[in-house]
Design a protein. Sequence first.
Length: 288
Amino acid sequence: MMLKGKVAVVTGAARGIGREIALLLARHGALVVVNDYGGTEAGAGGGHAPADEVVGAIKQAGGQAIVKTALDAFGRIDIVVNNAGILRDRMIFNMTEEEWDAVINTHLKGSFSVTRAAAPIMREQKWGRFINMTSTSGLVGNVGQANYAAAKLGIVGLTKATALDMARYNVTANCISPFAWTRMIGTIPTETEAQKARVEKIKKLSPAHIAPVVAFLASDQAKDITGQIFGVRGKEIMLFGQHRPIMRIHDDEGWTVEKLVEIFPGTLQHHLVPNVTSGQYFNYDPLV
């Protein structure tokens, strides 16, 4: 019961990763606000039934949860898990502005909106945890996901800025890049043998693998962990590197195009990061 009495808000909590997070937080004593408008993986439609089902499951297990605002119900917010998301995959040359806006608004603006609402309360409490979901679609790259990749990498920037802004108030902010079989992942094309093989690997990855890392980052024991990016792939937990210079060159007289043409191949060229997709980089079988 390491989260006993803590109030947690989990967005996108009706299904998949969010559902498992909500259930485990409740199991560890948290009072959970289940937030989910019940739409499709593309963001269409809506309804209360999926969220209500999670609330029922939490209550059956002896916890408390309501689909209402945390402040009205519990008077405080301790943990925010920004998990809600949709997909509108399209190649960049076919992507519409509406498809771009829908994904950016749900993932990036949605994460900001909940963070902005909770941050003043956590600052006053001098305690809080933000846990945001990023993706290797942005960290590494994926085909046909310019909107999703931009949103998920934007969430990394949001998380790092939040971590810096809130550090003096005993509030942390971290990212998790989850690998799991969910409704959203179920939309990945399976037209080629490589795509089929990738999906078969992902099908082995349960959303339940993500929840313990969230619960840990939400605890007092993780008070010194902030501004970090973790990956969870089955039974494997990874810590991602972050954007820092890996090689430098300088010229006392300043650079010209001609000098760069001459120097680049023998210097920076050796350190270029291969342009691959997430599936190509994580091409080994998951530990399940």
